[in-house]
Design a protein around this ligand. Sequence first.
Ligand code: HEM
Ligand code: SF4
Ligand code: SF4
Length: 623
Amino acid sequence: MAHERYQTFGPGGGRLRPGRPGPAAVWVRLESLLEGAGGVAANVGAWSGALAVVCFILILVSGVYLFLFYQVGAEAGYRSVQALSGEPVGAVMRAVHRYASRGLVVFALIHLARYLLTGRFRGPWWIPWLTGLVLLLIAWFVGLTGYLLVWDVAGFAAARVLAAGLDRLGILGQPLMLSLIEAGALRDNIFLIVLYVHITVPVLGAFFGWLHLARVARPRLLPPLLATVVTTAFYVGLSILRPVPLLEPADPARLAGGFPVDPFYLTYMALPGLAGWAVAAVAAGFATLPLIRRRPPAARVDPTRCTGCGFCVADCPYGAVRLQPAGHRPVAVVDPARCVGCGVCLGACPLDGIELDPAREAAALPAGPGPVVVTCENAAVQVPTEAAVIRLPCVAALPVSAVRQLARRGVEIRLAPCGLSACLYREGSTWVLGRAGRRRYPYWPRRATVIPGETLKMPLSRSASLRGRAVAAVILAVSLLPGGWDGPYWQPPGEAVLQVAVRTEAPFIWSRGLTEEEKSRLLPHMRADVPVAGERADLRLRVTVDGVPHEWVIRPGGIRRNGPSSFFAEVYLSPGAHQVSFSLTPLAAGAPPLADWEGTLEVGRGEARLIGYGLGGTGLTLR
Ligand code: HEM
Ligand code: SF4
Ligand code: SF4
């Protein structure tokens, strides 16, 4: 029973034997190389989640400082950020806040790539996978609201592009763009809401973070000290050397452009419409990956062998085993919903009390006297001519009974885990080295000859040499660099724009007021002669620019078609004088036009002119 899931090979002929071919093996090889070069701290892949947490802590600390000095409002917000940028501590805090926010997304994407390529979305991994996607979405949304709070030209342009996109979807009652351009509509309480969202949505993130780690025993929340120090020093140093600039304040009369757009939070501005849909389709595809039914086999405990020692409970990296009372002693039970089939518990059980895949039970240990290389499914190992190979889901799945058997025959065991931090089952390599070194139960027999890490030439030690630490610092710095990138320059789609806007109430096609009977049931002051039911007319809006016609039909809002009619569109122009006409007519028999205007409009380069009707309760607006 103990030797299930062994894949045994004959002598290796000195060749490099790759692990199970596929993306997981490639990723493990990459992480092994990083760990081999600079020790565990250099493995940014394995620490990606923890490095994202370090970025989050930096964001939190700098964010609290910024919050103390931020003033709510469009102009007040901009002015307070301007004041912060003008003093040394504020400027550094602002830059750390921004660089670390980008770093968080970079590490979350590395983290996503790690678990995508190693298939950690199947079976019990569906929870960390889906909650991870939610965390990424939350991070993006919170970052976006941060840009809006500054209300400079970048924040304004980001809001415009977002509002225009949402308006195109047509899911909101009235165009969001109107609220951005209408004088007086952009009241300071909108910024209060944005600030509230910016601060409270991360709290929602904390809940998803807890859910994210609910199935991971002893999660690695912080990376090694070296990685934490390098990350903090890098972002603080970068912020001192290169504080983030403050752009011009938002101006609805100007067409903003000619500034870099943040590559992680404002990328959508630079993406053409179709690319935006492609990103949404990839995200939706990722979210459906857990539906792939290929779930790993779960371990099972043989209650007749289990003594209730609890070693398996202590070693399972996913908290999938627990002890439950069964008569005079407890017995271990595996929760199949949490078990990922790593086999670490097989190696933890001193009495072969756990089985994983009965189909492989018959597989025997290599019979020859030559050394045996014990490795995992994914690691690529250099197998000496005289050695045989045992490949397990994880090196830590080697049962102590198999070690005893090999030791009895005088066979040398060469352990070749994928690395200490690179171990895809998180703690497998650490546990097996502990067992072999007699620091962790169950101790391997003294007479067993074990050579750890030999075939991978891995240091397999948590403390790297001075040179190793320097290499790790360089690798970390390279992974931190993308956080300092300001992104590609963004230009609006034209040189000048004419904004066309309407917010009015169209005349009723039919309506009725209160009947005498209804009035008699109401208090006297409620008996006004106003329409209580009815349907408003559609409006036809016709705008011509230099003889080119643009025509739209504006439907009244509300399911009963009795609400206000709102509309917003943009017509991009070249700078110069343009002959413009604007006519707004209800599509109801005999109804007079609401507005009819014709004239010459002088438009400067980069200007945003506005022609509208009903904005702020007035008739025709020309700005
Ligand atoms: C946005 C910020 C994120 C943070 C701060 C974060 C943090 C973490 C941490 C600290 C762990 C524990 C790692 C360990 O102990 O080995 C973890 C595990 C995990 N994360 Fe994330 N994560 C984030 C996003 C994501 C994303 C986007 C995905 C994928 C869609 C993801 C998928 C996973 C999976 C599958 C595990 C379980 C790993 C295992 O079984 O070994 N995470 N995460
Ligand atoms: S195989 Fe064993 S150690 Fe691995 S997750 Fe399942 S119960 Fe835990
Ligand atoms: S390690 Fe083996 S004997 Fe000990 S509790 Fe787990 S299954 Fe039972």
